[in-house]
Design a protein around this ligand. Structure first.
Ligand code: ADP
Ligand code: MG
Length: 323
């Protein structure tokens, strides 16, 4: 059995070859020291993942390592920030190398992709819980804030939606999925791609942005509330994930609109910036789809492809009210 300090030293305190060093002081002292470039803001976000709540007991540790950093990087992306560093607070039932090695590998491989340095954390015994805080930087005027949507803005979505919710439906046996579909949907659920490059490319182009973790309808509602406006979405324009594409229209609509765990960006931008949005998407090698428009009348309206209103009451995931 490893001691606490052996565990930290072996898995988390040893920069791998080629790892960036963004911090002035990393793991090993009482605090890490970060020095953002002069005049820049630090963007800070925390997300916690609890076994049995956010992931199944016995989840693949490599994928879990990826996902717990990915969901945090997704928040930086939604702000338009460049990742700098992160801390890792870990509660573990036991210190097992068979779990720690692949977990650290999944985590640090994604960290290296985004040049985000692990600079500290805390390690304790307890029910498996992973809490990450990410630090990014961006110029003060460039943040993609939730309160910045303007009437007339287009609403855009990156990538595709609904596959993670489909994976859950398969596991819960709400839907009968063939093995290949389940596998494809699972990979979207377990290894989401944070849209870090797109978020940064949209600075100076997009007005407001949010990452979709609880479902598009609920997350877009945060933009609408904070920006004091409303929106109309074209329901059948919502980009369905590849696994979801063969499902019924009803399932596609429901899971793209209110699936959750997508980690795509929803953002708004002026109609005259459409070419700039498309160029940003291309530079970030990320597909984007225009799905609606910001309006002055509050609330969310849904239209089908013929322009007829659709009455669908999406439920947004909430840890305390969702059964
Ligand atoms: P303290 O007693 O000051 O809280 P700890 O003994 O908890 O310090 O941690 C020792 C060092 O190891 C600190 O620099 C801390 O940031 C780092 N650390 C602890 N756990 C982790 C972890 N899971 N990942 C990365 N660094 C960690
Ligand atoms: Mg400590």
């Amino acid at each position: 059995m490893l001691s606490e300090f052996e565990l930290i030293a072996r898995y988390f305190a040893c920069p791998r070859p080629g790892t960036v060093r963004n911090a002035a002081l990393g793991v090993g002292d009482d605090c890490a020291l970060l020095a953002p470039a002069p005049g820049m803001n630090l963007a800070i976000s925390t997300d916690m993942l609890v076994e049995g709540r956010h992931f199944f007991a016995g989840a693949d540790p490599t994928k879990l390592g990826h996902k717990c950093l990915a969901v945090n990087l997704s928040d930086l992306a939604a702000m338009g920030a460049r990742p700098l560093a992160f801390t890792l607070a870990l509660a573990l039932p036991e210190a097992r190398a068979e779990w720690l090695a692949p977990f650290a590998d999944g985590l640090l491989r994604l960290a290296d992709v985004h040049q985000c340095e692990l600079i500290g954390g805390d390690t304790t015994k307890g029910p498996l819980t992973i809490c990450i805080t990410v630090f990014g930087e961006l110029a003060p005027t460039q943040a993609l804030r939730r309160d910045a949507a303007q009437v007339g803005d287009d609403i855009w979505i990156s990538g595709s939606l609904g596959d993670a919710r489909l994976a859950l439906a398969g596991h819960r046996q709400e839907l009968a999925l063939d093995a290949a579909t389940q596998l494809r949907a699972d990979s979207r659920m377990h290894t989401p791609t944070p849209r870090v490059a797109l978020g940064q490319a949209l600075r100076g182009i997009a007005h407001a942005a949010i990452d979709i973790s609880d479902g598009l309808a609920g997350d877009l509602a945060h933009i609408l509330q904070r920006s004091r406006c409303g929106a109309t979405l074209e329901l059948d324009a919502l980009p369905a994930g590849t696994a979801l594409q063969n499902q019924s229209r009803e399932v596609r609509r429901l899971f793209t609109l209110a699936g959750g765990d997508d980690y795509e960006l929803c953002f708004t931008a002026p109609a005259e910036r459409r070419p700039a949005v498309l160029a940003a998407a291309q530079s970030a090698a990320t597909a984007v789809t225009r799905v609606g428009i910001i309006e002055s009348s509050t609330g969310l309206r849904l239209l089908d492809q013929h322009g007829n209103a659709v009455d669908l009451q999406p439920v947004t995931f909430d840890h305390f009210t969702t059964p």
